[in-house]
Ligand binder design. Structure first.
Ligand SMILES: [Zn+2]
Length: 248
């Protein structure tokens, strides 16, 4: 029997239950405008190549303080990386990136101003990506083909913007942070396998001298373990074992 204080509309046999907590919104939907075919991209956080390949990715630069340090570290070790660039930082200081354009590294898109694309509409995201795309192409001479969403967050409007630009989306399988670089390198050296995509930073709050030292240890350790470094695009296109499987 329902009392006087019952929820309005609650009838016999209709049990009112507490609402499920929905503190975080679900991912949004998107209805692409003009190009209805632009709805599909590949999203990868690692690959499964048959060779011992690994991809190092460097996010949030370029910065005058850290990008030259990372570049010289990579040059000393003779390895390549994929730099996910923040457009406005590239606009502020294109020199390190321009100098490294022909060093075998890849340069990709990380929005114009490090935007969480799950908080913006498709038009804003497309503009941010397109503007960054054009600048990266102008500075490096090559058009990017990959996007990494800041914070690893993306939903349908971001995917629609990527599809319009012909981008695939690259996340990561390992992260060497600025707060625990030594422990993260230990973990990465232990758990890395053919196809891992490792994230580190040359901009934002993470880079510091300890990270640079540990990044060098990571690259040296992986080389000692027989890995070859490739760009993310090369990694994703490498001959693989069964698609979707991780070699053991
Ligand atoms: Zn970032």
């Amino acid at each position: 029997m329902l009392g006087a204080g019952s929820v309005a509309g609650a009838g016999i046999g209709f049990v009112s239950e507490p609402a499920v907590a929905t503190e975080s919104p679900t991912a949004r939907t998107s209805t692409p405008g003009g190009k209805t075919a632009a709805y599909r991209v590949d999203v990868a956080f690692r690959a499964a190549p048959s060779e011992k390949l690994i991809a190092l990715t460097i996010d949030d630069g370029p910065t005058a303080q850290w990008t030259p340090k990372v570049l010289s570290l990579l040059q000393r070790r003779g390895v390549v990386a994929t730099f996910f660039l923040v457009g406005k930082r590239l606009a502020a200081d294109p020199t390190p990136t321009a100098r490294a354009a022909d060093s075998g590294h890849a340069f990709a898109n990380h929005t114009w101003s490090h935007t969480d694309v799950t908080h913006r509409d498709e038009a804003f995201i497309y503009d941010s990506l397109e503007r960054t795309h054009a600048l990266v192409e102008r500075v490096t001479g090559r058009a990017p083909s990959l996007f990494r969403p800041p914070y690893g967050r993306i939903d349908s409007p971001g995917i629609a913007a990527c599809a319009r630009l012909g981008y695939d989306v690259a996340l990561w399988s390992d992260h060497v942070t600025g707060s625990n670089p030594s422990g993260d390198v230990d973990t990465t050296l232990r758990q890395a396998s053919a196809g891992s995509i490792v994230l580190a930073h040359d901009g934002g709050p993470e880079p510091n001298d300890r990270l640079m030292t540990q990044l060098d240890r990571l690259v040296g350790g992986l080389l000692d373990d027989g890995y070859r470094f490739t760009t993310v695009s090369q990694l994703l296109a490498a001959p693989g074992v069964t698609p979707g499987a991780i070699p053991r």
